[in-house]
Design a protein around this ligand. Sequence first.
Ligand code: NAG
Ligand code: NAG
Ligand code: NAG
Ligand code: NAG
Length: 411
Amino acid sequence: MFKLNIFTLLIFSIFLMRTFCELTFDNLNEKLVMSLIRAKPKTNIVASEVLVRIPLCKLASVANGDARVELMTALGYKDNASLSGYYAGLKRAIKTMLITDLTLAHRIFVNYTTEIDPKFITYSIDNYGIKVDKIGFNFPKAAISHINNLISSITYRRIKNIVDESDINKQTQMIIITAAHFKGTWEFPFDLRQTKLTKFQRIDGKVIRIPMMSKNYQFQHVENSDCQAISMHFGSWRASFTIILPNSQQQLPQLLDKIYNEKAYVHNLVKSMKGRFLKVTFPRFKIKTFVDWTGFVKELGLNSIFNSTSSGLDGIFKNSTKSIALNKIKQKVFIQIDEVGVARFARLDFAGPEEPSQEPMPNFVALPQFTADRPFYFDISLDFETARYQMFTGVYYGPEETPTNVNEFHF
Ligand SMILES: *[C@@H]1O[C@H](CO)[C@@H](O)[C@H](O)[C@H]1NC(C)=O
Ligand SMILES: *[C@@H]1O[C@H](CO)[C@@H](O)[C@H](O)[C@H]1NC(C)=O
Ligand SMILES: *[C@@H]1O[C@H](CO)[C@@H](O)[C@H](O)[C@H]1NC(C)=O
Ligand SMILES: *[C@@H]1O[C@H](CO)[C@@H](O)[C@H](O)[C@H]1NC(C)=O
């Protein structure tokens, strides 16, 4: 009896430890987007680790040999159940986001051959959260326009030209495309009358004036010797916005290094936050980023899946005699953060007098201030008790002086 109890306890605690480790800390989560941010200093960036992980889980589900070892290591998983479990854990939160905030177009495109195992294609959305499409890469021009038209129509023409001639040719066998457009909708909107031109110190020290929104409210907040951070909820289930602000504009690079190098730095910071009444002020902003992840994921040790002679992905075929490799992972993300919130939408059909303010504190009360008046790190995450999924991660350096390539995004 005693033995049985100890045994049960042991099994139970191993199980707990494993689920915790698997879902919380891993290389891809901590390094992927941060390596892009560090590679492009002084550039506004927003990118999504979740949208890279989803297709990689799908590929890992059929991978063997080195490819499987590399994928499982980068993803931080020990067993097959984690691969489908990842999307299962996120499904409801992503679906809620899709109602108000998010437009998503992501696909694995494989070369159109009869050898593809139908099992790789069916139920892929339900089990792994990503659709697999067959496409004739033998006709590169047609394939490019098909993919661009498809992504453009899913995103209501907000994201166009995601691939071009340099991405697809007759040798292409498989590419991963992820596109996302996120327009945050707060749980409680910001009062537009509180948005004012405010001083912002750029990374080079120059001071400019930009529109910043402001609110007196009880925010989740934490402070340490490197930075201050706040978190607040969007209207959609589990979604929140976090800003990490260095103590001065020159200290941002060190802060970004710390986030990259120190295990679970952001996670621990967020875990230690406490509710505090503050006057929070930060810029309205839009960021668009276009990234080819191929080199970055190779840097994280994922090489085999790109090897055309031995990719370890022949499980995609019915008869594992041929080989198929991944050629590229491309991503376009656009995010917009402004005052709009759920309550404001509700107010549209409200004809009576002004609703009372949602804010528990009147604006004239002098509260401690959190003002993001210098470059900062931010993320848009889905927060659960055991895991924090970073849907989007980025850095904001202030408005861009020269508009980026007009061909990259159209709104
Ligand atoms: C996990 O999946 C791989 C690839 O499909 C397969 O070879 C392996 O046997 C599976 N492992 C278990 C424990 O089911
Ligand atoms: C793609 O599929 C076509 C037709 O099924 C085939 O002829 C071609 O060799 C394939 N391309 C590659 C790079 O495998
Ligand atoms: C692809 O895999 C083969 C067999 O493992 C290996 O010999 C070759 O060097 C690899 N190619 C690249 C580009 O890594
Ligand atoms: C698989 O290959 C074997 C021999 O190479 C062949 O006899 C069989 O018909 C193939 N199966 C399918 C489903 O194509």
